[in-house]
Design a protein around this ligand. Structure first.
Ligand SMILES: NC(=O)c1ccc[n+]([C@@H]2O[C@H](COP(=O)([O-])OP(=O)(O)OC[C@H]3O[C@@H](n4cnc5c(N)ncnc54)[C@H](O)[C@@H]3O)[C@@H](O)[C@H]2O)c1
Length: 283
């Protein structure tokens, strides 16, 4: 199946669109002449983003918590009411918290899984029927290199959530291709990108404590430093996503060498029986 070659006049929906990679994808879609709906849980950031993105084209914002199927259904209804069609859906919202295994409370696990995995799943379940009914389209699910690389100290919930996004998205893509569906799927798996992700706990629910274990804080400080130093510009990621939609390419790997090294570590582990040492975040 060919990808989307003409973007002008089409509509994109981007969750987590108020910041970082989501904001950059929204801007790029607007520059291609698309109409864009950004959805985000952070109302003030959403308002600011809509104002800024208005300089590039026709954009609407709707406060949406991707953990809620009802919020996503209301988003779909609002976008169809305003723009009349939906062609591209980026299930991109994501969060991170963690620590050493037994220090992580159940509420933190549920928050990360509910946003990172169920948020993406909810988006697929709500928007896929609408894309198929509209004659076709493309879904972009944001995972991470953490979907290929286990064993990063203190980031176990994040890793588990992104493995789940990978497994679900690969299986969805295979099923849709087998069925000859007019909807394509891409899996965006970024390495370090300059965004607000290291400050993801700003959106944690009231029942999720701030992760303050010294080992955890040190990991996050290192990750923040690495990302600031070598992180990719989100605009470059957005360009790669656009190319993947155009060519209907499944894997969008911003740092392919990191993804492949993560898979290789696990293949070596399977072959030798020796678990690898802990990884350092961002490496
Ligand atoms: N930045 C990186 O280095 C990196 C690396 C790998 C993967 N990712 C993934 O990229 C995606 C985008 O993150 P980013 O790096 O742009 O970070 P970011 O923090 O800049 O943006 C994430 C956005 O998601 C929103 N959000 C959080 N919870 C939400 C919810 N429940 N419902 C709706 N919106 C919600 C936030 O308000 C924020 O605007 C995430 O899925 C993240 O896991 C980022």
């Amino acid at each position: 199946m060919a990808g989307i070659t003409e973007f002008s006049g089409k509509t994109a929906v981007v969750t987590g669109g108020a910041s970082g990679i989501g904001f950059a994808m929204a801007r790029r879609f607007l520059e291609e002449g698309m109409r864009v709906a950004i959805a985000d849980v952070e109302q003030s950031a959403l308002d600011t983003a809509v104002r800024e993105l208005s300089a590039f084209g026709d954009v609407m914002g709707k406060r949406t918590d991707v953990r809620s199927v009802g919020d996503l259904e209301a988003l779909a209804e609002a976008v169809l009411g305003t723009y009349g069609r939906i062609d591209v859906v980026c299930n991109n919202a994501g969060v991170e918290t963690g620590g050493s295994f037994l220090s992580i409370p159940e509420e933190a696990w549920r928050w990360v899984m509910n946003v990172n995995f169920f948020g993406v799943l909810n988006g697929c379940r709500v928007f896929l029927p609408l894309l198929e009914a509209g004659g076709g389209g493309h879904i972009v699910n944001t995972a991470s290199v953490a979907a290929f690389s286990s064993g990063t100290a203190t980031m176990t919930p994040y890793c588990a959530s992104k493995f789940a996004v990978l497994g679900m998205s690969e299986s969805l893509e295979v099923e849709l291709r087998t069925a000859g569906s007019p909807v394509g799927v891409s899996l965006l798996a970024p390495g370090p990108v300059k965004t607000r992700m290291v400050d993801a706990e700003r959106n944690r629910p009231a029942d999720v404590p701030l992760a303050t274990e010294p080992g955890r804080v040190a990991v996050m400080e290192r990750l923040a430093a690495t990302t600031a130093e070598v992180g990719m510009d989100p605009a470059e990621v957005a360009g790669q996503v656009l190319d993947a939609i155009r060519t209907n390419t499944f894997f969008v790997l911003t740092h392919p060498e990191m993804a492949q090294a993560g898979v290789q570590r696990r293949l070596d582990w399977m072959a030798t029986g020796t678990p690898p040492p802990a990884r350092q975040a961002g490496k």
